[in-house]
Design a protein around this ligand. Structure first.
Ligand code: CDP
Length: 229
């Protein structure tokens, strides 16, 4: 009787996967691993180093060189974890608009994906992990015992992200957030390598009109069902 060792949660931006993933990991005593952080950290490093976002070779080389580390939170400022790029704390820098505007282009590069996927597999292989991203169930861990694809309408997601930004003290305009989210969805779901899509054996949950608690309970029930199978 073992509960799913790897739980994959994929889905588009602001579909609730990070919040639900973290709560689920806490309930199960699993590690929570948000792979989006890694793509954001690469993007931040590219911008910091003055590398052109469209220079695929230079971006891929940088992705191989940098060290990204995610550790338990050391500062009480609403963060879920510390994100380190080499020895610098970039937890909030990777949430900036400039990073968000470029992350999808950078995430589409083959060299970037292979570097990140390799590191994600190393961590996931240790087991007992809730891994959140875009391609966990399809590419990183197609053998995951439980795969969830969490979706919601783009309007609902843009509303959630706008609220989230306000709560963090940033001024955000709903229309701008919506436009940028549509753009990111489009790049993420049409790229040649590891596009955003549900795995064939994923359980698709649309969270429109559902509370975080309801989504959490649904996923936890699926995980527990595997435990008792
Ligand atoms: O929090 P949000 O859903 O807005 O974004 P995220 O999960 O932090 O992911 C940021 C970007 O990283 C996505 O738009 C994708 O371009 C990329 N990403 C990816 O390609 N593969 C993953 N497994 C995770 C993120």
């Amino acid at each position: 009787m073992s509960i799913a060792d790897i739980i994959a949660i994929d889905g588009p931006a602001a579909s609730g996967k990070s919040t639900v993933g973290e709560l689920l990991a806490k309930r199960l005593g699993y590690l929570y691993f948000d792979t989006g952080v890694m793509y954001r950290a690469v993007t931040y490093a590219v911008l910091q180093n003055g590398i052109s976002v469209s220079d695929e070779d230079a971006v891929a080389t940088l992705a191989e060189l940098i060290r990204i580390d995610v550790r338990p939170p050391s500062v009480d400022d609403q963060r879920m974890y510390d994100v380190y790029l080499d020895d610098k704390d970039v937890t909030w820098e990777i949430r900036k608009r400039e990073v968000e505007a470029n992350v999808s282009q950078i995430s589409a590069y083959r060299g970037v994906r292979s570097a990140m996927t390799r590191q994600q597999r190393e961590i996931g292989r240790r087991g007992r992990v809730v891994m959140v991203g875009r391609d966990i169930g399809t590419v990183v861990f197609p053998e995951a015992e439980l795969k969830i694809y969490l979706d919601a309408s783009v309007e609902e997601r843009a509303r959630r992200r706008t609220d989230e930004l306000f709560m963090r003290g940033r001024t955000a305009n709903y229309q701008d957030v919506l436009t940028e989210m549509r753009k990111r969805d489009q790049i993420d779901s049409t790229r040649a390598i590891a596009p955003l899509k549900p795995a064939e054996d994923a359980v698709v949950i649309c969270s429109d009109g559902l509370s975080i608690q309801q989504v959490l309970e649904r996923i936890e029930a699926l995980a527990r069902k595997l435990e008792n199978a």
